[in-house]
Every structure is written in C-alpha cells, then in structure tokens.
Design a protein around this ligand. Structure first.
Ligand SMILES: [Zn+2]
Length: 272
C-alpha cells in the first residue's frame, strides 16, 4: 500500500491501532527491552540537489582493497573460500570447517553513505574472530550482496531481489556447501530486510540437508557507546552507527557534507 503523504499514513496507522489492528511497517522494529522505533522514507528521501558525478574512469580501482575484488573487502585472502582451488577445498577438514555465508544489500543509505553500505559493513566485520580464537577452521564465502530491499525501491540505485530469489540463492548455496562435504554454515546478515528470510533459510537448510546452520545478524556483541539517545531510539538505517562503521572502514566513501538528521519518528511517537 502506498501513501502520498506522511500524514495520511499516520492517520491510517492511528486508526488501525484505535480498533486494535496491529500495523506492520517495514520501518518499524521492536526493541529488545520493549517498545518500538521507526524511521520513515522522508528521513532518507533523495534530494535532487545532491546528485554527484559518476567517478571518472580509473577511479574505481580505488575500491579494491585486496585481491582485485569488485567490492572492497577486509577478508584476508587466506580466509577467502573463493580463492582456493578445488584440491585445497578437498583437503580441508570438511566435517569441522565452518563456512560463513555473508548476506547484505545494495540499497540507498541516505544522502551521505554509498549504496553498498550494508555489504561493506559485512565485508569489514570481524565475525570470524571468535571462531579463530576458538581454533575453529573457518572460511568466508563470497558475499551475497543483493538482498530484499523493496522497502527502498524508488530510491535511485537500490537493487533489490525478491524474497523467492533470495531464498533460492541461499538455499542453492547451502545445497552446494553440503554437496562439497561441509556440515556447518554461518549465515551472517547485515541487512534488516533479509533477516526474516535468513532465519527461515537457517531452519530450512537444517531440515532439508542436515546442515548445522547458525544465523547471525549485525554485531551481536557490540556496544555502541556515544550514540545519541535520539538515534538509539529512532535511528537504524543510514544513521550514526552505520555512518561510524563506514567512517572507520572506508572514509573515502562517506560524504560528511551531505549529513542530514530528520527524526520524523518523533512526531509519530507523540501519537503512540
Ligand atoms: Zn544499512
């Protein structure tokens, strides 16, 4: 359902709540300690004045961090599954080796962050660190960087796949992992729009193939000190935390001169 104005959407949500109907919105999330927060497209609406020129030829070489990847990554070559030969894979202790399948998105991230924000965060995350410290052999499969981002369709640059496509891709990779003799797969997701699908697939892969699956989202152990109360309550997309990740990992891709802060959710919260 599409709404032409925020007011109309708020009216309808308020009405539904008044008659006891639960309203689901892709931008409304439950907080662990209770309560809900939301952000709205108006917060992220593209501004016509912020169109930038495409990089000149040759500049895209700067995006490669290691190994000439199409997408900047901080995964050491030695942990990059796709860099192995099949003979090297065949020699791995496949019963115990942990494979990590990252899932992310290419979608709008406000005025100041690149489309690949969720993918870059995933590529920079140290989710393998614990496995390494426990002595578990682990390798990282190439990231599924296209996710279910239809909540951002309409913003130029968002490249979304359907739920069916996403599930099929993850399922087929899981099937291939089993066919290669592996028994353990971590699904590591950094895009909220994929979360439900990853949870479904973690169970399905376990049921269909007997694969031991582990579903991780974001940075479960991270504490985000210094995040503003407003951001902590209402922000979750292209906000302080994602910006901080990118400023740390790829500052050259952040545009500080384009920062915006529009907590439209404040007006909504007064109605709740
Ligand atoms: Zn994001």
């Amino acid at each position: 359902m599409r709404f032409t104005t925020e007011e109309r959407l708020n009216e309808l949500i308020a009405y539904c709540r008044s008659i006891g109907v639960f309203v689901a919105n892709p931008h409304v999330n439950c907080l662990e300690d209770g309560g809900r927060f939301r952000a709205d497209n108006i917060q992220l609406r593209p501004s016509k004045s912020t169109i930038h020129a495409a990089p000149e030829s040759g500049q895209d070489d700067q995006l490669s961090q290691t190994g000439g990847d199409a997408m900047k990554t901080w995964i050491p070559d030695a942990r990059n599954f796709a860099y192995l030969t099949w003979k090297q894979v065949d020699a791995l202790p496949r019963e115990s080796t942990l494979l990590v399948l990252p899932t992310a998105a290419i979608e709008q991230h406000g005025h100041h962050l690149p489309l690949a924000t969720d993918t870059l965060i995933n590529n920079s995350a140290r989710q393998c660190a614990r496995a390494a410290s426990c002595g578990v052999a682990h390798l990282r499969i190439a990231t599924v960087c296209y996710g279910k981002s239809n909540e951002h369709i309409g913003f130029p640059g968002t490249l979304s796949v359907s739920a069916q496509t996403f599930l099929a891709v993850v399922r087929d990779i899981g099937s291939s992992v089993v066919a290669s003799g592996f028994r353990k797969l971590v699904l590591y997701n950094t895009h909220g729009g994929n979360t439900s699908l990853v949870d479904v697939m973690a169970r399905d892969l376990r049921a269909e193939f007997g694969l031991r699956t582990f579903s991780l989202f974001g940075s479960p152990d991270a504490t985000f000190d210094g995040v503003s109360k407003q951001e902590r309550t209402y922000g979750f997309h292209a906000g302080e935390i994602e910006t901080a990740y990118l400023l740390h990992a790829a500052p050259e891709l952040v545009r500080p001169d384009e920062y915006t802060a529009n907590y439209i959710a404040l007006s909504m919260s007064r109605n709740c």
